[in-house]
Design a protein around this ligand. Structure first.
Ligand code: UDP
Length: 440
């Protein structure tokens, strides 16, 4: 067994999902653990090219996947199943080679379930890394029960009702609401570990999700480390798959404090031309400055923003700026930004609440529906919108002028800071995680 300074050498193998919203927190976690002296290997499916140059201290282990991305599958579940099947043999082979020399711990993304089965096969300790809210997990696990009791598929009359087991979430907030029954139950089976892991890591904070965390702790008698928000606890160098357009920071420097609405729908959401055009009109009519990320290819049938008519583009140029991809964390921390119009991905949500920026919530699917509910009805720092139905310009103005909401957003921000400071919950959880790994 190799030793360093009299200590066994710890090799942490982080099995990362190729999705942007999962890869980022995994790299941040690796950055933190590496700063504590652990060797880090990032095992990742090959298809999404990672800029390894930004992380010179990690070992990267590309896992051959024979895939080109979720686009070539009829369902996301099908994509995940293929990814898991194809990547497993190579990970196993690698671990067999290194485990005689080093103490190996596998930390695997909840979607990369092959990490867990390889760990069980080889008798290695494993920790599940969750990149979504904690509430997302019981919401998935309850699917078989809902199905058995005739509550799934969800009848229209139930949609606005609260799910008694999942307060404050309604049936229509459930992450699997639009999936066929078979896919939903299969997904639930997939993310429920057959053998409990040694521990769970959650990129969340204790004060944000007390009841979901209590629920999980009752269900699993293993440690749960709530170490979020990882972009603050362990800021990594750029983790973006797309190039960040930093010119928008210079543009923000010229705007008045708290005047700008920042619009971004994350790395995966796609829109119809009509919805995107409605968004453009709402932004223009609000008469507020805005920074809008239109990800190339995110509007069906268009490369970028050619779907906007010329006259509308001229109006946008008066107060707005469109970019392909922004340095989002820097944007949200900028004093000019007063509100964030978001799809409510979990990273975007954490990045916004950490800066005290209230949100317009336009969730699309999966956990975004629950995050939007948290924002609008539990933390009360967001306004839910449906682009086709909401008066967008009113919602934008309300978001920027509502003093009570702003105040609540600042309180949440302070609680996040408190959790990160010495003795705070996230600070302690990180120290506990480190000790736990050493004890394995
Ligand atoms: N992001 C970014 N620039 C952009 C848009 C998004 O850096 O222009 C980052 C954002 O900071 C976040 C991630 O992309 O860390 C998106 O993750 P999230 O969980 O919010 O949504 P997803 O992309 O998984 O739907």
């Amino acid at each position: 067994m190799a030793e360093e300074n009299g200590r066994r050498r710890w090799q942490l193998v982080l099995v990362a999902s190729p999705l942007q919203g999962h890869m980022t927190p995994m790299l941040q976690l690796g950055t933190y653990l590496q700063s504590k002296g652990f060797s880090i290997t990032i095992a990742h499916p090959e298809f999404n090219s990672l800029d390894t140059f930004n992380h010179p201290d990690f070992i990267f282990l590309p896992l051959p996947d024979n895939l080109s991305g979720p686009g070539s599958f009829t369902s996301f579940l099908g994509f995940l199943q293929a990814l898991n099947n194809n990547c497993k043999p190579h990970l196993r082979e690698h671990l067999v080679q290194i485990m005689t020399e080093e103490s190996v711990v596998i930390i695997y993304d909840i979607l990369m379930v092959f990490g867990g089965s390889v760990a069980v096969d080889l008798g290695l300790p494993s920790i599940i890394m969750n990149c979504s809210s904690t509430a997302f997990f019981p919401a998935y696990q309850i699917i078989p029960q809902l199905h058995q009791e005739g509550r799934f598929p969800v009848h229209d009359s139930l949609l606005d009702e609260i799910v008694p087991e999942l307060k404050p979430f309604r049936y229509k907030d459930l992450p699997f609401i639009d999936l066929p029954t078979e896919d939903a139950t299969e997904s639930a089976k997939m993310i429920t570990p057959a053998t409990p892991p040694s521990a769970f890591i959650w990129n969340t904070l204790e004060f944000l999700e007390p009841s979901a965390l209590t629920q999980i702790r009752q269900q699993y008698q293993v440690p749960i480390f709530t170490i979020g928000p990882l972009h603050k606890t362990a800021p990594a160098r750029s983790t973006s798959f797309l190039e960040e357009d930093t010119s928008c920071i210079t543009w923000l420097d010229k705007q008045k404090p708290k005047s700008v609405i920042y619009v971004s729908l994350g790395s995966m959401a796609n829109l119809d031309k009509n919805v995107a055009t409605e968004m453009a009109w709402g932004l223009v009519n609000s008469n507020q400055p805005f920074l809008w990320v239109v990800r190339p290819g995110s509007v069906h049938g268009y490369e970028w923003f050619e779907f906007l008519q010329e006259g509308l583009v001229d109006k946008i140029k008066v107060r707005g700026l469109i970019v392909k991809w922004a340095p989002q964390k820097e944007v949200l921390a900028h004093n000019a930004v007063g509100g964030f119009w978001s799809h409510c991905g979990w990273n975007s949500t954490l990045e916004s609440v950490s800066e005290g920026v209230p949100m317009l919530c336009q969730p699309f699917s999966v956990d975004q529906l629950m995050n939007a509910r948290y924002l609008s009805h539990f933390w009360k720092i967001g306004i839910e919108i449906i682009v086709e139905k909401t008066e967008i310009e009113d919602a934008i103005r309300r978001l920027l002028v509502d003093k009570e909401m702003k105040q609540r957003a600042i309180e949440v921000q302070k609680n996040v800071e408190h959790a990160l400071n010495h003795g705070g919950s996230s600070h302690n959880a990180l120290k506990d995680l480190e000790e736990f790994i050493l004890s394995l």
